[in-house]
Design a protein around this ligand. Sequence first.
Ligand SMILES: Nc1ncnc2c1ncn2[C@@H]1O[C@H](COP(=O)(O)OP(=O)(O)OP(=O)(O)O)[C@@H](O)[C@H]1O
Ligand SMILES: [Mg+2]
Length: 267
Amino acid sequence: MIKVKNLGKEFTTPQGKLTALQNISFTVVEGEVFGIMGPSGAGKSTLVRCLNYLERPTTGTIQVAGRDLATLNPRELARVRQQMGMIFQHFNLLKLRTVAQNIAFPLEIARWPREKIKDRVEELLNIVGLTDKAQAYPHQLSGGQKQRVGIARALACRPRLLLSDEATSALDTETTQSILGLLQHINRNLGVTIVIISHELAVIKQMAHRVAVLSEGQLVEMGTAAQVFTRPHAAATKRLLTTDTLAPPVRSQPLSLEPALAVGEVI
Ligand SMILES: Nc1ncnc2c1ncn2[C@@H]1O[C@H](COP(=O)(O)OP(=O)(O)OP(=O)(O)O)[C@@H](O)[C@H]1O
Ligand SMILES: [Mg+2]
């Protein structure tokens, strides 16, 4: 679904060139949850921003569904981006728009007809369990509710892929669990492939089928979650695992979905 080959990214700063990513190659397979972890500054956000060309790679290629993003014109790129929803740590909601209007926003940009937007927004509110908050404004919501709006907005155009950059890092443990439950539901029941980035190992451990470890802009390890967490090879991974001992333990019981999510909605 996504093929990254020899990706490199340099930034020009007042202090000179900064290499944020170097020679990164990996593939994200349709249907999986692919986790990217690594310490602060390792290049995780830069990598995820390259995946949808919010950031242009300096070297290397990114193919999405067989198409090299570098060869697309702006219109084609916009269309591919609609296939890739993105959620953020700080939600990035529009303050002056209601929940329903926030969710409608990408559909307006994609020029959906008004009636279809209304139906789709209702469907999305139901998926994320916020039907009763449709007319609320972002400042009237809790952090978890704001992230649910962010997720609904990211799913609006029926993307095949969801990019999640530290989506739960601003949330408490319980709210994190409910958001991770929602993301698992979206992956399993709606068939959306997810790339999840987190510096919280517990989140990656709980969510990801396969894991890549970034350290100082390089991909130092990749494997199944079981391999990476129980038999890490790279020194950077070992460091990450040992310095994370203060983090709360991963919950062993299955995630509970909220009632609104238990039905198998179709996106
Ligand atoms: N627009 C930019 N201009 C210059 N340097 C940048 C830019 N964006 C990121 N960087 C640098 O690239 C490196 C990687 O940053 P990035 O935000 O990708 O790290 P990260 O792994 O997401 O960290 P965190 O866990 O703190 O979010 C850092 O050294 C950062 O300062
Ligand atoms: Mg980041």
